[in-house]
Design a protein around this ligand. Structure first.
Ligand SMILES: Cc1cc2nc3c(=O)[nH]c(=O)nc-3n(C[C@H](O)[C@H](O)[C@H](O)COP(=O)(O)O)c2cc1C
Ligand code: SF4
Ligand code: SF4
Length: 251
């Protein structure tokens, strides 16, 4: 029996949550990063995967789905984790369940957790925090008990199954400024190769999925969004982000 921490986490918030959950299930897990090309993997029914994705517009990021489909689960058990930035996660968890089951997973539980918003960093700043970590550990203990009890009855996670919320992508596309030293780190780390290796200041906006990883990895903070535009949109959307949103466990 092997345990896998399978995650798509462009800016690290989802991975923080995934690590907390997966470490309780089994500290000796293997990592599978869905932002990179995933080799074909064949699991068996005794394997356990914690599969974690951020909510992008209330949906599973398409690249995460594409790479997940390289796994043949053969009845392996899945704990599904959806991470959202203090707005709402809509159909992310239900879509993740549908994808997981289509590749042969038996879904044992679902977790929804808050992490700092990777575009609007003023929302859910610093989350998951210590309070979240304690709660996520409790969730993971309950999931572990369910796994140990061998209770694998079909569950239905909340959200639409089939008719998902429409997400047409985000208009936020990071650009490089004059501080750029052309190191190429952003191009190497972009999950969809949207940044040209020959001209790192060029970004193919038709490929860019607005994941914000290039901003996080830039060593000289030369890549970013137009702050004025971000702040204007954030102000307009503020009511949707109000308050400390919750984490949830579904068993
Ligand atoms: C393109 C994009 C779309 C997002 N859409 C939502 C959303 O619909 N609801 C929400 O609460 N958070 C949303 N977020 C915030 C992320 O779900 C959240 O910040 C998550 O922690 C990002 O994962 P990461 O840190 O692993 O990259 C979005 C972030 C991005 C970049
Ligand atoms: S260019 Fe777009 S897709 Fe690539 S890392 Fe930056 S935000 Fe993500
Ligand atoms: S990581 Fe920063 S400095 Fe390096 S090429 Fe990209 S934008 Fe320029």
């Amino acid at each position: 029996m092997s345990t896998y921490n399978v995650f798509f986490s462009p800016t690290g918030g989802t991975k923080k949550v995934a690590d907390v959950v997966c470490n309780v299930i089994n500290e000796n897990h293997k990592n599978i990063d869905l932002s990179k090309n995933v080799d074909k993997i064949v699991l068996d029914e005794n394997d356990v995967c914690v599969v974690s994705v951020p909510s992008f517009g209330g949906r599973v990021p398409a690249l995460a789905t594409e790479n997940l489909k390289n796994i043949t689960a053969n009845g392996a058990k899945a704990i599904l984790v959806c991470v959202y930035g203090n707005r709402v996660w809509d159909d992310t968890l239900s879509e993740l369940q549908d994808v997981a089951e289509s590749i042969g997973f038996v879904v044992v539980g679902g977790v929804v957790a808050v992490a700092e918003h990777s575009i609007f960093r003023q929302f859910a700043t610093g989350r998951p925090d210590n309070q979240d970590v304690d709660e996520l550990k409790q969730f993971a203990q309950q999931i572990k008990q369910k796994l140990d009890a061998g209770n694998f009855e079909k569950i239905v996670l909340p959200g639409s199954h089939g008719e998902y919320k429409v997400y047409n992508g985000s208009s936020f596309k990071p650009t490089a400024n004059e501080e750029c030293v052309e190191c190429g780190i952003c191009a190497d780390n972009c999950p969809v190769n949207a940044i040209s290796c020959d001209n790192v200041k060029e970004c193919d906006v038709t490929k860019c999925i607005s994941c914000m990883r290039c901003i996080i990895v830039c060593p000289v903070k030369a890549r970013g969004l137009d702050e004025a535009v971000v702040n204007t949109v954030a102000q307009k959307m503020a009511p949707a982000f109000e308050g400390r949103k919750k984490n949830y466990l579904f068993l």
